[in-house]
Design a binder for this molecule. Sequence first.
Ligand SMILES: Nc1ncnc2c1ncn2[C@@H]1O[C@H](COP(=O)(O)OP(=O)(O)O)[C@@H](O)[C@H]1O
Ligand SMILES: [Mg+2]
Length: 223
Amino acid sequence: MLSAEGVELFYGETQAIRHAEMLLRRGEIAAITGQSGSGKSSLLYCLAGVVPVADGEVRFQGRVLGRMDDQDLCALRREHFGFVFQYGELLPELTVDENAALPLRLLGHRKGPALAEAREVLGRLGLGKFGRRRPSQLSGGQCQRVAVARALVHKPTVVFADEPTGSLDSGNASAVLHEFLTLARSMGTAVVLVTHDRHVASRADSLYEMCDGVLVPRAREAV
Ligand SMILES: Nc1ncnc2c1ncn2[C@@H]1O[C@H](COP(=O)(O)OP(=O)(O)O)[C@@H](O)[C@H]1O
Ligand SMILES: [Mg+2]
């Protein structure tokens, strides 16, 4: 469904990704661990078609992202991809409902049905009562749940999550990650998850470690 074949990425002289090979199947959850600066975020940018690769190919459902024009790539990302970042990146001027509904609105859905969908997903994350609040009126863990709802609301094919709970305390982080993966699984959405949480990584179908720009597949027993 999504694959990287011989992907290389440079920032000027610095090589961030060295010949990355990855295959993500429909509904598969892949976890990537690795030290800071090893290239995890860069790999997600390559897989999501956010940065053009220097060499190699990223393929999504048979289409090579590097051969698509910006408009098609943008449309593909809106429909098929969801994103969760380390700091929720919620829009402070929108309500919780409106934040979670954003991907549907960008896809052209009308406001009423989009908000109803958003409330449904928020409800599944225990935030059913918080829809009318602003992000500033929520805790850090609640904000990340809203970010998870936003990433999944349009039932994307893949969600890219870059240390989605890196800003939370460890207890809260584990709870949010588990809820996120449970919801993604129930929807059949594939996930590429960058995380330091080895316990959560053990729930993934496949594991990788990023070491100085090299993506190394890991056996589950090694975690
Ligand atoms: N925009 C950029 N310009 C130049 N170098 C960058 C940029 N982004 C990341 N890098 C470098 O690329 C390497 C990988 O970074 P990154 O993908 O952010 O790693 P990680 O997410 O594992 O912390 C690091 O050496 C980092 O300094
Ligand atoms: Mg990073």
